[in-house]
Design a protein. Structure first.
Ligand code: SF4
Length: 343
């Protein structure tokens, strides 16, 4: 028998004996499972919990989310990153209200058609909320399976993902598919850890784990090197006036669409060039407070920023608004910028 053909009973027994209590597990509904799975993409559980609780308090149902103002939604999402997730949640909520009379679609194929939902998330919702026997395969599950099967293929390969999905589809228990998928996630999060040696001594699968037997588990999975990230260079101006800072809204398309940012220009400006830029914006520097180098790393892009923090006089460009401690929620700002200042 292969490791995957043996995994179900010991894995579920281990899961039943104790697993993390998480807010989206306390009350299970398709809506809650969906929101939690979207928030958990690329984001740690500990970071998600307070966002999930605030989100559920503000939008307790799919109807409430569909009726939300985008600004309110983005303010709640501020700091969580990958903002297209929030926009897709919003679009999908409107889709569910408009096309499914507000009732969450109850099967993998229909769930998969909603905006922002891929195979993994559709599998998670269909199995956890509706008991459909479909696997949910993400990077954590691929890592666990690569170690269990002592597989040295590149786990970023779509062919391997398809094969693992098919193998799990064949062994997933029909009566406990949601628990099985959650147990796989739990094993990846608590025992068969990423970027660190797996805790094989605590693992319910050790007896049949081929990576453990070969001694190679800690060096798996094999991950083809990521393509080099694109680098972009900016000069960013944190311009302060009477306790507020100048902000401007980003384009409604592309990276961080419609969020707010500090005025900035492409390239690295010297102080003389920066002073010329300020005069072009018709503001007068009153006090140069600091010049810093900052970096922000996105999935595919790295921003290298030279940041000037300056007290100014003058109104600046007509597109600018003035953000401060009291009105910050009206100007949601991505972490790439909010980490540059205190407001
Ligand atoms: S025995 Fe070790 S390598 Fe194998 S699945 Fe368990 S934790 Fe991962």
């Amino acid at each position: 028998m292969t490791p995957l053909q043996q995994i179900s009973a010991p894995l579920l027994a281990w899961y039943d004996a104790g697993h993390r209590s998480l807010p989206w597990r306390e009350i299970v509904s398709p809506y809650r499972t969906w929101v939690s799975e979207i928030m958990l993409q690329q984001t740690r559980v500990a970071a998600v919990i307070p966002y999930f609780q605030r989100f559920m308090a503000a939008f307790p149902s799919v109807e409430a989310l569909a009726a939300a103002e985008e600004g309110q939604l983005m303010a709640l999402w501020q700091g969580l990153g990958y903002y297209s997730r929030a926009r897709n949640l919003h679009k999908a909520a409107r889709d569910i209200v408009g096309n499914y009379a507000g009732v969450f679609p109850d099967n993998f194929a229909d769930i998969r058609k909603l905006p922002g939902i891929g195979d993994y998330t559709a599998g998670a919702i269909a199995s956890i909320a509706f008991g459909e026997a479909v696997p949910a395969v993400d990077g954590n599950v691929l890592r666990v399976v690569a170690r269990l099967t002592d597989c040295e293929e590149n786990i970023l390969s779509p062919a391997l993902r398809r094969r693992v999905t098919a193998e799990l589809q064949a062994v997933i228990p029909r009566d406990r598919s949601g628990d099985f998928n959650q147990a796989m996630m739990e094993l990846g999060a608590m025992v068969c850890l990423p970027n660190t040696p797996p805790r094989c001594e605590e693992c319910p699968c050790r007896a049949f784990c081929q990576g453990y037997e070969s001694g190679r588990a800690a060096s798996l999975p094999v991950r083809e090197k990521n393509a080099a990230k694109r680098r972009e260079t900016y000069t960013v101006f944190v311009l302060r006036r009477a306790g507020s800072e100048a902000v401007v809204q980003r384009s409604s398309q592309g990276l961080l669409a419609s969020l707010w940012e500090y005025p900035n220009v492409l390239g690295t400006l010297s102080e003389t060039e920066a002073a010329r830029q300020l005069s072009g914006w018709q503001v007068v520097p009153h006090k140069w407070l600091k010049k810093e180098k900052k970096r922000h790393i996105f999935t595919h892009i790295v921003w290298d920023m030279t940041v000037y923090t300056i007290e100014i006089t003058g109104d600046g460009c007509k597109e600018w608004c003035w953000r401060n401690h009291d009105n910050a929620a009206d100007y949601p700002m991505p972490t790439a910028f909010s980490k540059l200042s205190k407001h």
